[in-house]
Design a protein. Structure first.
Length: 306
């Protein structure tokens, strides 16, 4: 269309024009051919490179396929293991739940048992405190009983000494009576002839002194020793001991009064020297007897009423 619009004045112009156009096309052809050759060369290089990449990619693809197959096998194996593990886990979870239920029940039982033990412990502590209090009270009473036993033992020793003293007084009274009878028989006879009632009274008093001295109750040492080793004293034991002490005191008082009457009689009917000697002996005996009797009465009252 561009060629149709061109008009030439002559053939030469047309020839020149087409010649120039042919040269231009030839040049373009050469350029295009060169470009084609370059393109073909680059295409061959690219093809070679792409073929190499394709081979590498195919090799990589094969490796990946092999790896995928291996991973698939591993995945299947892991799936089987997972299923087995899940099954085992579920079974184990069920067992653990059962065991947890048993443990909870056991815990509840143990808590109940602990509460019972705590209550029992409180009861035992209260019983222990009561036992300790009872033990302290028992120890206090035991100490008091030991002190009372020691006091009774000392009283027993004093009563034994009193028994010896009473026996000695009995012997001395018997000796005094014999001496009085031996040394003052004429005086007794004269007195009897002059004043019969007084003589009879003195002789009767002397005989009564002898009989009462001989009839003094012995101190029950065995019974007192048993009382000293046992605590506390029973009411009957206390009453018996008080009766014994009271009897001894009455006998001692009677002896003292009779010795006083004997001293008065000897003072009236004996010589001065003999009267002084008899007075001295009887005074010492009566003082000793009174001291023993007063000591016995006060200590017995303390020990038996404690």
């Amino acid at each position: 269309m561009h060629e149709q619009n061109i008009s030439f004045s002559n053939i030469e112009e047309e020839r020149d024009y087409y010649k120039a156009l042919a040269i231009e096309y030839e040049k373009k052809y050469e350029e295009t051919k060169l470009e084609l050759e370059e393109f073909q060369e680059s295409s061959r290089e690219l093809e070679t490179e792409l073929e190499a990449q394709l081979e590498q990619t195919e090799a990589r693809n094969r490796e990946l396929k092999s790896l995928s197959a291996r991973l698939q096998l591993e995945c299947d194996s892991l799936k089987d293991k997972l299923q087995k593990t899940q099954h085992d886990s579920q079974s184990q979870i069920a067992d653990l739940e059962d065991e947890l239920s048993r443990v909870k029940a056991t815990r509840d039982d143990l808590q109940k048992y602990i509460r019972e033990l705590e209550q029992l412990n409180d009861d035992l502590e209260r019983a222990k405190r009561a036992a300790v209090s009872s033990l302290e009270d028992f120890e206090s009473r035991l100490n008091q009983a030991i002190e009372r036993n020691a006091f009774l033992e000392s009283e027993l020793d004093e009563k034994e000494a009193l028994k010896v003293t009473v026996q000695r007084l009995k012997d001395e009274s018997r000796d005094l009576r014999q001496e009085m009878v031996a040394h003052h028989r004429p005086v007794y006879e004269r007195t009897f002839s002059e004043d019969k009632p007084d003589h009879v009274k003195v002789v009767v008093d002397s005989n009564k002194i002898k009989s009462e001295l001989e009839n003094l109750p012995e101190v029950p040492t065995k019974r007192l020793s048993q009382l000293s080793t046992s605590s506390p004293l029973t009411p009957s034991s206390r009453i018996s001991a008080l009766n014994i002490v009271g009897d001894l005191l009455r006998k001692v008082g009677a002896l003292e009064s009779k010795l006083a009457s004997c001293r008065a009689y000897v003072k009236e009917n004996s010589p001065k020297s003999e009267k002084e000697e008899f007075e001295k002996n009887s005074s010492v005996q009566s003082k000793h007897l009174v001291n023993k009797g007063s000591s016995l009465s006060s200590q017995d009252c303390i020990s038996l009423t404690a």
